[in-house]
Ligand binder design. Structure first.
Ligand code: GLP
Length: 248
């Protein structure tokens, strides 16, 4: 147990394997609670799961999902929102009941109260399998590198590099490059994430190679939040060839 690393040839294989992982979780335990991530990385995973739903009848009728994070200060139908991302790329194409698909609110009256509320819900329900990506700066969800990390779901100011990579992501997923990217977000904390029973971290592409290498070799430190995954008892790091350090 602990942290295991699996290297596959390319993004297609990574997406297939990740989908098999999620599929077996949902088949073995139909009432599974999935923790879900956004970004470019899991798009292939969601696409494969949608295919499995359509072609093989894989059902999410009893599945519950909690997303990791959401921007603050946008409306749900804004292409920038993770609400829009999740419904466009995944929830809208499977049979998960709407009330089971939880995403932190993007426009709450009181963001701090909303964070406390989300934390309570996630922790009370308990996540069975948490899917994660990794930011190029080592962030997990929106837990940005800092002198201190937060344990629970909280409001956070995004780093400039994160705002920039989100702009690029939106240009690719929603088209256009003129989006106003919010500077604040609501995210599960490192403690919230580490409470999941199992964690599956995905990384692909040459742009992730250096941060993946650092995550695997550096001691646990708050300036590379992903290093905290090393304290968890069941983490699978799934890499494609390009994202894998040379020594692997
Ligand atoms: C984003 C999200 C993370 C995601 C990460 C990597 O900012 N908040 O949940 O895992 O950055 O994104 P990508 O998969 O596009 O590289």
């Amino acid at each position: 147990m602990g942290l295991r690393v699996i290297k596959v040839g390319n993004y297609q294989e990574l997406s297939d394997m990740a989908a098999q992982f999620v599929k077996s979780q949902v088949l073995l335990q139909p009432r599974s609670v999935l923790g879900l991530a956004t970004g470019m990385t899991p798009l292939g995973l969601y696409q494969r799961l949608v295919e499995m739903h359509r072609q093989d009848g894989l059902s999410f009728r009893e599945t519950v999902a909690y997303n990791l994070d959401e921007f603050l200060g946008v409306s749900p139908d804004n292409p920038v929102s993770y609400y829009n991302y999740m419904w466009t790329n995944f929830f809208g194409h499977i049979d998960i009941p709407e009330e089971n698909a939880h995403i932190p609110p993007c426009n709450p009256a009181d963001a701090h109260a909303a964070a406390r509320d989300y934390e309570q819900q996630v922790v009370q329900t308990g996540v069975n399998l948490q899917v994660l990506g990794i930011g190029a700066n080592g962030h997990i969800g929106f837990n940005e590198p800092a002198d201190q990390l937060m344990e629970e779901t909280h409001v956070t100011d995004l780093k400039e590099e994160t705002i920039e990579s989100n702009r690029k992501l939106l240009a690719q997923t929603a088209g256009g490059d003129n989006y106003h990217i919010p500077q604040r977000a609501l995210t599960m904390g490192m403690g919230t994430i580490l409470k999941a029973d199992r964690i599956l971290l995905l990384a692909n592409g040459a742009g992730k190679k250096s941060i993946v290498g650092r995550m695997l070799t550096e001691n646990i430190n708050t300036h590379l939040p992903a290093t905290f995954l090393k304290v968890h008892r069941d983490v699978t790091v799934l890499l494609d060839e390009e994202a894998a350090p040379d020594w692997l």
